[in-house]
Design a protein around this ligand. Structure first.
Ligand SMILES: [Zn+2]
Length: 100
């Protein structure tokens, strides 16, 4: 939602919770940065590796896989008597009610 990749979307690869107040996420194909690797031996060339850098989770928004829109999230309790957990709290899209 901010910066050079504003408006783009991708799959979440990793969620970094080192600091609970500042959760960061790594999104596939977004916020790409180059990492420079120095040659380990004299006859090797240095390499540039492109990798997605973590983004502040405040700057990303979930897109509902069903309706394809930025999803506002709600929670719904489903009763599930056949399983060990009788109640299951599921995250749903407020627009189409799909479980995300
Ligand atoms: Zn939806």
């Amino acid at each position: 939602m901010a910066g050079k990749d504003r408006g783009k979307s991708g799959r979440i690869l990793q969620v970094l919770k080192n600091n609970p107040e500042k959760i960061r996420v790594v999104v596939e194909g977004l916020n790409l940065k180059f990492k420079h690797l120095k040659p380990k031996r004299g006859n090797e060339k240095g390499q540039r590796i492109m990798f997605p850098a973590p983004l502040n989770s405040a700057n990303v928004q979930l897109i509902c896989p069903k309706c394809g829109q930025t999803a506002r999230i709600g929670y719904k309790i489903f009763e599930n008597r056949n399983e060990l957990t009788r109640e299951k709290k599921q995250r749903i899209c407020k627009k189409c009610q799909a479980v995300i």
